[in-house]
Ligand binder design. Structure first.
Ligand code: FES
Ligand SMILES: [Fe+2]
Length: 451
């Protein structure tokens, strides 16, 4: 039975009769069926239709800054090597030997001009081209024409240092995919020193027992904050006498907004509250804050306030569907592993144009989030998965907040904006998810010689 035929059996509730097809039945205007989080066939289709057929984020150029640097990355479940060649160009190829399929790269990252497969010793350069086969004389004339290089995704493009790839040769250019989210990316990057100064630093990695979309649902969820993150509220009040309280009062009356961007991307823009005066001043307490502030005041004189503000987050949660989130001054990447298992990686960022004290403090801002805050969220993501899996008769996941209040409205720039707690962001990315899942995309990896 095909995946689509199996999915067509769902759901069993009366609302299904309004659906045009199985995908409409699963993803409705203001609710989604639980099986999009629990069904292995849907997950398998996502790995092709969502992760391979559209642009996914792989790595930041600063992680492979030097010639011959490389790191592993994933296009859904497909493991790839992202490498910088001798001449500086970026190459992406499957971590799958063209001989019998072994992985050719077994380090997470490093520096190498080529890769020798540990199994039979085939050698590839860091563009993925085969150049050495032990006992080559035993292979006949047809071997050469077979295309024995490592397989390359159909398209690879970077935007201001962020490297994306897709297996879909018909996918529109990366800029078209980013659409009006590029403007927010520009603003996030500028807050972090501009493309030439931004550098990804160490990562905080963990693995959660939940579907990747339970994490994605939360990337622009302004509703959960005062409940899930009460410990931050208590800490802020006790140690700091307040601070950034916009989420903890009546969040929908704040100046923050929740924005539906092109192609399923979303952004919560906190800047109208957070950056109204000084982002530094309203930050939650961080260890080492006072000595740092004194150091900056004496070292930077007139520029002190600007330097302090540079340690604070960019004031937005910008989510580039399906796997990249720029949150505060961190870069979050999702890696689906199985229907109920997801890898999460939070990269700290540094600026090359500031002194070490600023970068140290930028790291310390992460000690409340993600170190503390993300654990609050992680517990809820895993408990959602348990709840959804345990009671199949209760079929629906709600995303109707502000669906009927008339508060999600198109603004002058054409972007639909809503109050910060709206589920607009979830409805927006699910519309894109449905478009992708319904399609029958071409997926291709190339093995011919590079010119
Ligand atoms: S599997 Fe790589 S050389 Fe044989
Ligand atoms: Fe959260």
């Amino acid at each position: 039975m095909t995946t689509t035929a199996k999915i067509a059996e769902l759901p069993r509730t009366p609302a299904a009769h309004d659906a045009h097809d199985a995908w409409d039945a699963l993803v409705q205007a203001d609710r989604v069926h639980r099986r999009v989080y629990t069904d292995e066939d849907i997950f398998a289709r996502e790995m092709n239709n969502v992760f391979a057929a559209t642009w996914v984020y792989l790595a930041h150029e600063s992680e492979i800054a030097q010639a011959n640097d490389f790191k592993l990355a994933w296009i859904g479940l497909r493991e790839v090597v992202v490498a910088r060649g001798e001449e500086g160009a970026i190459h992406v190829f499957a971590n799958r030997c063209s001989h019998r399929g072994a992985t050719v790269c077994r380090e997470h990252q490093g520096n190498a001009s080529g890769f020798t497969c540990p199994y039979h010793g085939w050698r590839f350069d860091n563009r993925g081209q085969l150049f050495g086969v032990p006992g080559k004389n035993a292979y006949g004339p047809s071997f050469k024409s077979r295309g024995m290089n490592l397989a390359r995704p159909a398209q690879v493009q970077s935007y201001k240092g962020f490297i994306f790839a897709t297996l879909n040769p018909e996918a529109p250019p990366l800029m078209a995919h980013l659409g009006n989210a590029a403007r927010y990316m520009d603003e996030w990057i500028d807050h972090n020193g501009g493309p030439e100064n931004l550098r990804l630093a160490g990562a905080h990695r963990f693995r959660l027992a939940c579907n990747w979309k339970l994490i994605w649902d939360n990337t622009a969820d302004g509703y959960h904050v005062p409940f899930s993150h009460q410990s931050l509220l208590v800490m802020t009040n006790q140690r700091h006498g307040g601070g950034d309280m916009a989420y903890f009062a009546d969040a929908d009356r704040s100046r923050m907004s929740n924005n539906a961007l092109d192609n399923g991307h979303t952004v919560i823009d906190q800047r109208p509250d957070m950056h109204r005066e000084s982002a530094w001043r309203i930050q939650r307490p961080q260890p080492g804050r006072e000595p740092y502030q004194d150091h900056v005041a004496s070292a930077f004189g007139d520029r002190a306030q600007r330097v302090l503000d540079a340690t604070a987050g960019a004031g937005m949660n910008l989510n580039i569907f399906p796997n990249l989130a720029l949150i505060g001054n961190q870069v979050q990447v999702l890696q689906p592993l199985a229907v109920a298992a997801t890898g999460v990686c939070f990269y700290a960022t540094q600026r090359k144009d500031v002194d070490d004290a600023v970068n140290t403090m930028r790291l310390r801002t992460q000690e409340d989030f993600p170190v503390m805050g993300e654990m609050d969220d992680a517990a809820n993501f895993e408990e959602c998965q348990r709840g959804l899996a345990s009671t199949p008769e209760d079929e629906w996941v709600d995303m109707s907040r502000h669906y009927e209040t008339g508060k999600d409205l198109p603004a002058e720039d054409g972007i639909i904006r809503g109050p910060v707690t709206t589920d607009l962001s979830m409805r927006n990315y699910y519309a894109q998810w449905k478009r992708l899942m319904r399609a029958e995309p071409t997926l291709r990896m190339e093995k011919g010689n590079l010119s």
